[in-house]
Design a protein around this ligand. Structure first.
Ligand code: B12
Length: 217
């Protein structure tokens, strides 16, 4: 199979939600020396974005969206250890608590950010998805985090980022953590308005921005 054939086949697996077929194709791309992050950014993300757009325009419905998400998840699970591969050789660059906020179950992007942070020497406590603000704050204290990373993919759940910052304020803990937000509806203006930092549109930007924040210490 040529590079183009593999790329097209992976793309189609995401589009058509072929969870059982995508694994061997991703493995083959890795065997051929493809960079795992490039597989995500150049093939998987654009394919899933097209699925999201079709869902948005009513051309496909939730069951299809779920099947595509499952194929994406299967591919990311294979790639994740490859993203994290170099972490043992590095010294700890910071401690991050990551969560997808309350009411939101989108976690594919957050999982990629976690893997990339680990690959860059961060210690990461991943709290999962649909996590209430109070739990995020408690765990950040216990973990002695430098950074709290919040992921929100829905316009309706983005306000939970603000709630988390407010809770930190109320508890007198705001200065203890840098708060980064990310995910589709997050943007620099919104981040500013709630007293947080926009972490960027993708995992690489998230890592660079968090590394920069740690260097300022
Ligand atoms: C996959 C998906 C799902 C899957 C999620 C599976 C999972 N385990 O995550 C399923 C099928 C479950 C789903 C459900 C729903 N979804 Co949905 N979903 C998507 C889809 C197609 C892709 C999201 C994704 O994984 N992208 C790939 C990853 C790699 O990208 P990413 O998430 O953006 O993450 C990157 C960056 O944002 C950044 N990042 C992410 N988090 C963070 C955090 C920090 C701190 C930083 C710095 C950076 C960062 O780095 C990541 C890696 O590069 C999007 C469409 C889209 N274009 O986003 C819709 C989308 C987000 N969903 C949408 C909707 C409406 C829903 C539902 C409400 C549908 C329904 N009627 O039930 C439910 C909501 C369920 C809930 N309560 O959360 C809408 C949201 C509209 C809006 N603005 O509110 C979208 C935009 C689709 C659309 N165009 O209409 N969905």
């Amino acid at each position: 199979m040529s590079d183009t054939d593999i790329r097209d086949a992976i793309y189609i697996c995401i589009q058509e939600g072929r969870r059982d077929e995508i694994g061997p194709l991703v493995e083959k791309a890795l065997e051929d020396g493809k960079d795992p992050l490039k597989i995500i950014e150049v093939i998987l993300n654009p394919a899933l974005k097209e699925v999201g757009d079709k869902f948005d325009s009513g051309d496909i419905f939730l069951p299809e969206l779920i099947m595509s998400a499952e194929a994406m998840q299967a591919a990311v699970e294979i790639l994740q250890p490859h993203l994290e591969k170099h972490k043992q050789q590095m010294k700890v660059t910071g401690r991050v608590v990551m969560a997808t906020v309350q009411g939101d179950i989108h976690d594919i992007g957050k999982n990629i950010v976690c893997a990339m942070l680990r690959a860059n020497g961060f210690q990461v406590l991943d709290l999962g998805r649909d996590v209430p603000a109070a739990e995020i704050v408690t765990k950040a204290k216990e973990f002695n985090a430098d950074i709290i990373g919040l992921s929100a993919l829905l316009s309706t759940t983005l306000p939970y980022c603000r709630d988390t910052v407010r809770l930190l304020d109320e508890l007198g803990l705001r200065d203890r953590f840098k708060v980064f937000i990310g995910g589709g509806p997050a943007n620099p203006d919104y981040a500013d308005s709630i007293g947080a930092t926009y972490g960027g549109p993708h995992a690489e930007a998230a890592v660079q921005n968090m590394l920069k924040a740690m260097r300022r210490d």
